[in-house]
Design a protein around this ligand. Structure first.
Ligand code: AHR
Length: 492
C-alpha cells in the first residue's frame, strides 16, 4: 500500500474560507432555467412556478452565490425582455435556441432569495455597452424615483435587488462569443463600463473577463492588456476552466487540479505584474466563475441545430471519477483563498450540473453533488497551509504529480479542523497519517468499486458518501484512502 502524510498547524493561515467560493451558475441555456429551476405545473412547483424539490437540493448543496443570466447567452441578451408583463420571444444565438423570457431578473432574484444565495449579475458587453449596463443597474439597484427603478417597483419589486457582484461581460476573448473583441477593445469597454457603474454606486464589486480557458492563444496576454486598461476600475478578473478525460487519459484527468492551480498562479502573477508596472498597491482578486467537469467533446460532436425552447443541452451524467475531480478542484480553490474571492460551478441544474431533473418528474443528486455539498457544509473558519508528503506518479499531460492532494480548514471559534483529501491513484489505496489533537467527529469517503458508477432517475442513490474508517492512536490519525476517492474528515 502507498503511504502519505499531511502536516498542518492552526498557526499557518492562508486566508479566511470565503463563502462565495461555493457559488453556482444559472444560465438561460438548455434546461437549466426552464424545467430546471422553473416549471409551473410541476407537482412540486411553488406559487412562483419554482420547483420546490430543486430549491431544497440547492440549499442542501450549500450554494452561496449564483451567477446569472449567462454565459454565452448574456452576450446577446436584452435584460428588459425579461421584466414586466410583455415578454418577447427571441432567438438565442449562443445556444441556437428560442428564449421565451418567461423568467427574467425579478423572477431569478426571487428564486435566489428562496435558495438563500447571493446574485452575481453579468451584463451584456457583447452586443451592448455602457448605457445598457447602467440601465440594468438602475433597474436592479436604484431605490426609486427614476424611470427604471419605478418600473421595477411597478413590476412588483418595491425594494432594490442590491446586487453587489457584477461581471463585465462574458468570455469576450472567444471567437464564438457574440460581439467578440480584442483585448484592447474589451479592456477599454470594461474600464468605461466600470467607471460608469461606480458613478452610479461606488461600492459595487466589478469583475473583468479573463481568458475563456488557459488553452486560448492569448491566455496571459489578454489578462495583462485588459488589466493595464482597467486596473483601477475593476476589483477582480475572471477565470474559466472545464476538464474532461482527453483520449481516455484518466490519470491526467484525475490530476485536473494541477492545471487549476497553474491557471490561478498564472493569473495572479500576471495581475501582480501589471499592478507593479502601474505602481499600484491594489491587488486584483480572482473570480473563478465557471469551472467544472464538462465532456465538451460530446457537445462539439453534436452542437444544437434546431430553434427549440429549452432543448436538452450538455446534460452530462457524472460518475465517481468525475466527482473525485470536482472535489479536488474545490481543494484547489480553497487552497488559493488568499486570491480566489468567488467561484461558480457551472452550472446548477441539468446543464453540466450536480442536480438533474425530468420535466414533470423527479430531481436527483449527481455524483458531483456530494463533494460540493460536504465541502460547503464542513469548510469553516480559515484555510490552513497544508504540507503534503505524497508518492508521485507520471501523467501524460502534467508530468509527475502527487497521488494525494489535500487542504485543511480550521475554525478558531469551534476549535474544529476539517481535512479534504483525494487519492488520485486508480488502483492503489493510500495509508494517510496526520498528527492531530482532535477526535474524529465525521469521516466521509466518495468512492466505489466501480469508478464509472453514476446516479440516475431510476437509481438516484447508487453513489453516496459513505463512512470512512479512521483510527486515532497516540495523537496520530490513520486512514486508508481508497483508490479514486475524495474524502473529508472533521476533527473536533
Ligand atoms: O457553461 C457553459 C458555457 O461555457 C458558458 O455559456 C460559457 O461562458 C462557457 O464557454
Amino acid at each position: 500500500m502507498l503511504s502519505a502524510a499531511i502536516a498542518i498547524s492552526p498557526d499557518f493561515v492562508v486566508a479566511p474560507v470565503r463563502r462565495r467560493v461555493f457559488g453556482s451558475f444559472v444560465e438561460h441555456m438548455g434546461r437549466c432555467v426552464y424545467t430546471g429551476i422553473h416549471e409551473p405545473g410541476h407537482p412540486a412547483a411553488d406559487e412562483d412556478g419554482f420547483r420546490r424539490d430543486v430549491l431544497a437540493l440547492t440549499r442542501e448543496l450549500g450554494v452561496t452565490l449564483v451567477r446569472y443570466p449567462g454565459g454565452n447567452f448574456v452576450s446577446g441578451y436584452r435584460w428588459e425582455d425579461g421584466v414586466g408583463p410583455d415578454r418577447p420571444v427571441r432567438r438565442d444565438l449562443a445556444w441556437h435556441s428560442v428564449e421565451t423570457n418567461e423568467v427574467g431578473i425579478d423572477e431569478f432574484a426571487r428564486w435566489a432569495r428562496k435558495a438563500g444565495a447571493e446574485v452575481m449579475y453579468a451584463v451584456n458587453l457583447g452586443t451592448r455597452g455602457v448605457a445598457e449596463a447602467l440601465d440594468v443597474h438602475e433597474y436592479l439597484n436604484h431605490a426609486g424615483g427614476t424611470h427604471l427603478s419605478d418600473l421595477r417597483r411597478a413590476n412588483g419589486t418595491p425594494d432594490p435587488h442590491g446586487v453587489r457582484l457584477w461581471c463585465l461581460g462574458n468570455e469576450l476573448d472567444g471567437p464564438w462569443q457574440t460581439g467578440h473583441k480584442t483585448a484592447h477593445e474589451y479592456g477599454r469597454l470594461a474600464a468605461e463600463t466600470a467607471r460608469a457603474l461606480r458613478q452610479a454606486e461606488p461600492g459595487l464589486e466589478l469583475i473583468a473577463c479573463g481568458s475563456s480557458h488557459s488553452g486560448m492563444p492569448t491566455f496571459g496576454e489578454w489578462e495583462a492588456t485588459v488589466l493595464e486598461l482597467a486596473y483601477e476600475q475593476v476589483d477582480h478578473i475572471s477565470c474559466h476552466a472545464y476538464y474532461e478525460p482527453i483520449d481516455g487519459d484518466v490519470d491526467s484527468f484525475l490530476a485536473s487540479a494541477v492545471d487549476m492551480d497553474h491557471v490561478i498562479d498564472s493569473v495572479v502573477a500576471t495581475a501582480d505584474a501589471v499592478g507593479a508596472r502601474l505602481r499600484s498597491d491594489k491587488r486584483i482578486g480572482l473570480s473563478f466563475d465557471e469551472w467544472n467537469v464538462w465532456y465538451q467533446s460530446r457537445f462539439q460532436a453534436a452542437p444544437p441545430t434546431g430553434w427549440l425552447v429549452a432543448p436538452r443541452l450538455i446534460e452530462d451524467t457524472y460518475d465517481v471519477t468525475d466527482a473525485v475531480v470536482v472535489g479536488n478542484l474545490l481543494i484547489s480553490l480553497l487552497r488559493h483563498s488568499d486570491r480566489v474571492v468567488a467561484a461558480c460551478q457551472a452550472q446548477l441544474v441539468n446543464v453540466i450540473a450536480p442536480i438533474r431533473t425530468e420535466p414533470g418528474g423527479p430531481a436527483w443528486r449527481q455524483t458531483t453533488f456530494h463533494p460540493f455539498a460536504l465541502t460547503s457544509r464542513l469548510a469553516g473558519g480559515q484555510v490552513l497551509r497544508t504540507e503534503i508528503t505524497s508518492p508521485v506518479h507520471t501523467t501524460a499531460r502534467y508530468g509527475e504529480v502527487p497521488v494525494v492532494d489535500a487542504v485543511a480548514t480550521h475554525d478558531p471559534a469551534t476549535g474544529e479542523t476539517v481535512v479534504f483529501v483525494v487519492n488520485r491513484h486508480r488502483s492503489e489505496p493510500v495509508e494517510l497519517t496526520m498528527a492531530t489533537a482532535g477526535a474524529v467527529a465525521e469521516s466521509w469517503t466518495l468512492h466505489d468499486a466501480d469508478p464509472s458508477a453514476t446516479n440516475t432517475a431510476a437509481d438516484p442513490n447508487r453513489v453516496v458518501p459513505r463512512h470512512l474508517p479512521a483510527e486515532l492512536s497516540d495523537g496520530v490519525l490513520h486512514v486508508v484512502l481508497p483508490p479514486v476517492s475524495w474524502n473529508a474528515l472533521r476533527l473536533a
